[in-house]
Design a protein. Sequence first.
Length: 351
Amino acid sequence: MSGREAVSGGEAVSGREAVIAAPAVHPGGAPASTTDQARTTDPRTPDLRSPAPRTPDLRAWAELLRLPALFTVPGDALAGAAAATARPDRRTVLAIASSLCLYEAGMALNDWADREEDAAERPHRPLPSGRVRPAAALGAACALTAAGLALAARAGRPALTVAAPLAATVWSYDLLLKRTPAGPFAMAAARGLDLLLGAAATGGRIRPALPSAALLSTHTLAVTTVSQHETRDSTPAAPLAALATTGALAWLLHHRPPRDRSPLRRRPPGLTAAATTALTAAYAATVARPYVHAVLNPSPPLTQRAVGAGIRATIPLQCALAARSGAVTTALFTAALAPVAQRFARRVSVT
């Protein structure tokens, strides 16, 4: 609720209605004349003291859409393009734009679906606090979904073939599956499909990108499982499983490089291996300490910190996936998004 609103009897009252309902009083404290009162209460008389029309709360929308997490999205399409042994091009950019729209649609829809639960557990969130209207959040989710599908169609039929089930997965997760055992798997599938979207848009096929999509989906599954316990005290099981998953993924990235060759792999093998090793280490280091803290003390603050670290770790994981596919330049470009995401995360929470 903005500073221009008052509360009367538990209901929001606008600034103009508050002025009309109150007795007219001169600045000196004496009651106003009948003429003055008539001028104040007559709706046909312009009220110069009425507040200006309410402007959108940009910070509230940034919180609703969790903007820092947005920087974890472009790496999906770039890693998918690298896995599909294709160089990024205009269609890759369209795939990234489609991914961004569908990702943010899921964020807006998530808060719309959770508005009653957030009112009890996280009243500071944009919807329960009144800074963003539920209808506006739902409208944004619909518009962003339509935009995402349209951008995928511009990238070509293979991209739209992946974007359509991706959009369906996002909506199914937020509206139906989130609080079921299938919820984390739906979220993991969405992240994997996002990587395949980049492969389909750029290379026209998804089969070469399936192993990378599986690794990224596994990481997302672990983080989502931990996030289900971020608003209440829990057991160490989820963060411990996520920690073990991180170790397994790091081992696979380091010891199981792709076997096939492509024009992207023209760099010396030593450089590709070194880049993959360094980026894999960065991935593991991003989440190891927060996961250990959550294991030792699975309280909401430490669990939320672990979830935030898991989301940020998506970027170095995408970089490692691109590097192991031979696209070192793409990996380094994606890595540049990490400090930007971290800087924004200091101002807006990603959970």
